[in-house]
Write a protein that binds this ligand. Sequence first.
Ligand code: FE
Length: 359
Amino acid sequence: MKRILAVAGLTLGLAACGNPDAPSAPETPPAPVEEAAAPSAGANGTINVYSARHYDSDKAMYAAFEAETGIRVNVRESGAPELLETMKAEGARSPADVIIASDAGALYRFQEAGFTQGVSSEKLSAAIPEQLREKDGHWFGLTKRYRIIVYDPQVVSADEVDTYADLADPSLRGEICVRSSTNIYNLSLMGEFIGRNGPEASETWAKGVVANFARQPQGGDTAQIEAVAAGECAVALVNHYYWVRLANGTPEERLKTAKTQLSFPDQNGNGTHVNVVAAAVAANAPSKDLAVQFIEYLATARGQELLTTETKDVPVVAGAALPAGLEQISGFKESDFPLSELGTHQAEAQAIFDRAGWN
Ligand code: FE
């Protein structure tokens, strides 16, 4: 079963996204620890948010929270690996209250390093499905994303790409474009495979996919979609929102997606791989209660709207409005694999990719 997203003929003002497609390997040295620039305090306090997101729409989100609560939000934006290094350097003196990052596997790294704390919040427990949050409250999934297949219907048929297993089938020799295995999205997908199928079957799959590569992994998810549109390959594995943003982008971008179709894999099996943008309360949060209040705000209908309208992520809270461009995305089968488990398989996932030659 396939779901083709409606290509809304609207220009949906794409958020300027600093570098969403950057590989997750630490490619830049850690940001130096800066002296806290005497922030102006809010009437009801201040929180420091360390965010791996880089969206203009997030500025509006912080502003809305400030306006509603009188709590001032100071934001440090950087890549997740850099924020991790920053927190290592800061140690127990870290001013971070909230950590926001994309992918449960990224939050796992903060948790593993001891930089998060368990939080119990009735509001968050009620609003967020259990498999989308860490079992002890170390992080909470706030928006969903799906790792899907984008393909050229003139080259491959829908039934050739309706499962993740298909990507390893010899019929797709020379047709697959995908980003580096060091990227957290691929590590988390592999984490689910390992959890469900065990490491041996997962390695066999990875080797099959590598044998089908059209080229060595390069670029981010958007680059893979563009490569399909350009005829460089016929099949790409990407997060859904990159395609949706192009499909709602400039005329040139829309021309690219018009050549492609989407497959939400494993509809007759475990369902399509789900991941999250998630938030955690920092281990040494100076303003823990306000940090919890902020995350609870993001799990309201208004917070969900602010998080997803431009990014094209999918809300996790029941009743929250779906962003324009995603109208037909609901109704397919999503994997219910507990996201807490993705991180526990992360090191093994990387080892499997390395052995398979998935650079
Ligand atoms: Fe992304």
